[in-house]
Design a protein around this ligand. Structure first.
Ligand code: PGA
Length: 253
């Protein structure tokens, strides 16, 4: 499978900026060997889907409600977003830690997104405190297991995982450092073995991305780590040129 690199624009950019920057990325990005996604603010999903139509780039949902429809004022469902989307993030650390999404809710969202026909990128990662007491792997294992327990056996074909240690996510602060390549290698290898154990041969249909302060200056080093099949990029994806430099660091074979 191609590596996957996603720009997560979070709650940034007006509609004009989103359309302009998505068009610029589409113009510059070479998508022959990489799957490239853009996750705009949900309110611009339709506009960005239109901008990316025919370019080969994917439109990604940042988050949505776990129910397909209903009396949920202010919420939006994956079903409503599916006509304008190819993929969905679930379980991003800001959803877990700012909005309180539990492993159970993340699993329901993964099911809802897949039922709406979207490929899911399940975001997982431990906090600094969890890591310091030696719980990093068990936290990540539980986050993945709750989704694997919930989705249909054949739905693992519509799943990727993004390992994003919470302490390495920049939150817009460019001075935050990514995890070391040793730490990334260790957790990616752990995730790969866990996936193999849980889903057998199908594990090779699941890409494991790294996220957390990926920037043009460190992307090549991170992509060279074994078991890293792409990246989820926040702060450094807001500038189209910087995001395209990250895409250019992806090894093409
Ligand atoms: P960052 O964000 O690249 O700004 O660290 C990554 C993410 O939150 O997905």
């Amino acid at each position: 499978m191609n590596p996957l690199v996603i720009a997560n624009w979070k709650m940034h950019k007006s509609v004009e900026e989103s359309v302009r920057d998505a068009a610029r990325i589409a113009e510059l990005a070479d998508v022959r060997h990489i799957d490239v996604g853009i996750a705009p603010s949900i309110v611009w999903q339709k506009a960005i889907h239109g901008t990316l139509h025919g370019t080969g780039l994917l439109t990604v949902v940042q988050d949505a409600h776990s129910e397909p429809s209903g009396a949920y004022t202010g919420a939006v469902s994956f079903d409503q977003l599916a006509p304008f989307s190819d993929m969905a993030l679930v379980g991003h650390s800001e959803r877990r830690h700012v909005f309180g999404d539990s492993d159970e809710l993340v699993a329901l969202k993964a099911q809802a997104a897949q039922r709406a026909g979207l490929r899911v990128v399940l975001c997982v990662g431990e906090t600094r405190e969890e890591r310091e007491v030696g719980d990093g792997e068990s936290v990540v294992r539980a986050q993945i297991a709750s989704v694997l327990d919930a989705v249909d056996a054949n739905a693992v074909e519509m799943l990727d995982v993004a390992y994003e240690p919470v302490w390495a996510i920049s939150g817009g602060d460019a001075s935050v450092e990514p995890a070391t390549t040793d730490a990334i290698a260790a957790m990616h290898s752990f995730i790969r073995s866990f996936l193999r154990e849980r889903v057998g041969e199908s594990h090779d249909r699941i890409r494991v991305l790294y996220g957390g302060s990926v920037k043009p200056e460190n992307a090549m080093e991170i992509f060279a780590v074994s078991d890293v099949q792409g990246a989820l990029v926040g702060g450094a994806s807001l500038d189209p040129e910087s995001f395209v430099q990250i895409l250019e660091a992806v090894p093409t074979c």
